[in-house]
Design a binder for this molecule. Sequence first.
Ligand code: SF4
Length: 358
Amino acid sequence: MPARVVFTADALKEPFGQAMYERISALNLPIEVAKNNRITGLRGANERETYRIAKNTLAVVNAPPGAFRLQPIPPSADWQMNLAEGCPAHCQYCYLAGSLSGPPVVRAYANLPRMLAHTATYEGTYPPNKTWQNSSDANRPTTFEVSCYTDVLGIEHLTGSLAECIRYYGTREQAQLRFVSKYDQVDGLLDLPHNGQTRARFSLNADVIARRLEGGTASVEARLQALRKLALPRHLGSGGYPVGIVLAPLMPIPDWRDHYTELLDRIAATLAVPQSGVPIDVNVEFITHRFTPGSKDVLMQWYPNTSLEMDELTRAEKRNKFGGTKYVYLPAVMKEMKAFFYEEWQKRFPNAPILYWT
Ligand code: SF4
């Protein structure tokens, strides 16, 4: 629950903004309306205080025109479609650090239905993504990822945005929605008419890592139970969604094989279906930990006492095509981890594709 909720005047003119207003009012949260469409009062005396204030604020705004120009997001999906930017959780490795400008406030978009309708113009278009989606296969549905800049379930009780997206893509035969979360409030999603067009993924990690580094999120056990609720078939009273496991960020901590073996065993037990005859549609993505000079800088301001290992000297430097640098694990470590995860995954889930390793 945010300590402060601010709507811009324009956001309140949108019917979906009105619906959010009613939803948030029903939760008895005090709501301010910013007359001039600017959200102020987010800065504290220092970065730590700014972080605290911003993370406790939900702003409901209209997405700017630029948000209608979708960006490719390989290897996760074809296009990213952001229903919000900013996240209420406190992961000490946060992927958003350094990629969003300004204080890390959650901005939820009131003009979401218009953004969704606009994504129809992207259906049938496929930016290059050689990793797991074949761009030349023009008949496959175009995929839209909504979790790039927020945790969609973490704010769903306030916004209803994810349900809106699931309902919309449930009507689109040539488009699929993908989301990923570290939260567990899925009861409101179980009965939605998703028509198999939404893949619900959960980000999971070894318990020791989640407990130490993923502040404010649901426990790994709660996420597993949410995964089960969404994945099991509808005739068993569950969601019947295609699901996905995002194992991230993988870290070669001491005894990592033991910790991840335990996690993989728990995932297998979670997805075991009592003789339903309907196989669960699941796949997996493997993402190792990485950081950039910029993200490390921001994270060290947000979490000055973090125990997260970000030592450039123990890492390999990788350059992207725009000249940016990121630090990944050394090739020998990567090779060892990849071999372990592929083997252990395929052993437990012979029919669940591995989408990519990065
Ligand atoms: S859930 Fe994702 S976006 Fe939110 S704090 Fe954690 S890493 Fe960052």
